[in-house]
Design a protein around this ligand. Structure first.
Ligand code: WAQ
Ligand code: MG
Length: 266
């Protein structure tokens, strides 16, 4: 395999994030050198033309990833759950989270934490899957998962196409959720986008990634992620895995292509 690189982008408005700037956009990828330039350009364009607003701080970081530090994990099975409005979407998210092992009060607390944000964070909140208390001390920054990529980008693109999943949101979210679900001490994840035009969110765990088309109000620039973790989880190890460990996600085998299922939560 040729040399691989981790590519990360973050953009903010009103200065850098750490200087109080408002988060506009972020992205991460693991790529071979040959694709680095075009991917960096695409990230730059995305940050500069973002629907959340005009960025005036932009950072691109490129780091070599050695083969020894690479881990792999399977793409999560994907389920498409229809829902007609936000209220129903949140109710279904609650149901899915409890089935995945999050206590009902904790799931409710997580939903309220996302719903109560006044603006988006750059990263995710770690929340106890039993008590619903916030566990990380990253404040308004959150924990940003990075060093994620597809092990076979062409096969992954085919797989997405076959299952009629289009666009950068679902492509990147599937990779991120697959890495997150494999984290030590992770129980489940809840997410909706901070892009005003994107209302689809998801709930994910090792058992699957459940898409819900209406999890937030159309036009809202507030989104986020909650990672529900076991009470006894080693938070340092978890954070190290999420932020530092390079993980490539494997595409399902051809025989498993019937994975995509509908209506998992009657
Ligand atoms: N690590 C941790 N948190 C992140 C990361 C990351 N790498 N990227 C984004 N977040 C958090 C952050 O708080 C953002 O404000 C929030 O998530 C939303 O990020 O199947 O596009 O990149 O179609 O806007 C879901 C796809 C798309 C559903 C989610 O999130 C589907 C999306 P966004
Ligand atoms: Mg966004």
């Amino acid at each position: 395999m040729s040399e691989l690189y981790s590519l990360r982008m973050r953009a903010a408005q009103g200065g850098a994030h750490e200087a109080g700037g408002r988060h506009i956009s972020g992205a991460e990828a693991i790529l071979p050198e040959a694709e680095l330039k075009s991917a960096a350009l695409a990230m730059l364009e995305r940050a500069l033309g973002h629907s959340r607003g005009k960025a005036d701080f932009l950072q691109l970081v490129v780091e070599c990833v050695t083969p020894e530090e690479l881990q792999t994990t399977p793409l999560l099975p994907v389920y498409a759950q229809a829902n007609s409005d936000i209220e129903q979407g949140r109710r279904l998210a609650l149901k899915a989270l409890t089935r995945m092992g999050v206590a009902k009060e904790a799931a409710l607390s997580g939903l309220n934490m996302l719903d109560g944000l006044s603006d988006s964070m750059r990263g995710a909140m770690l929340v106890c899957a039993k008590t619903g208390c916030r566990l990380d001390e990253s404040g308004a920054r959150g924990i940003r998962v990075s060093r994620i990529g597809s092990a076979e980008p062409a096969a992954f693109a085919d797989w997405l196409h076959q299952h009629a999943m289009r666009g950068v949101h679902v492509r990147e979210a599937l990779l991120l959720a697959s890495k997150v679900a494999a984290a030590p001490g992770m129980v489940a994840e809840l997410c909706w986008s901070d892009d005003p035009e994107y209302t689809t969110g998801y709930v994910a765990a090792k058992t699957g990634y459940v898409r819900l088309p209406h999890l937030k109000v159309l036009g809202s620039p507030v989104g986020g992620r909650i990672f529900f973790v076991r009470p006894e989880a080693d938070l340092r190890a978890l954070r190290l895995y999420l932020e530092e460990t390079a993980v490539l996600v494997n595409v399902p085998e051809a025989t498993e292509r019937s994975w995509l299922q509908h209506e998992v939560l009657p």
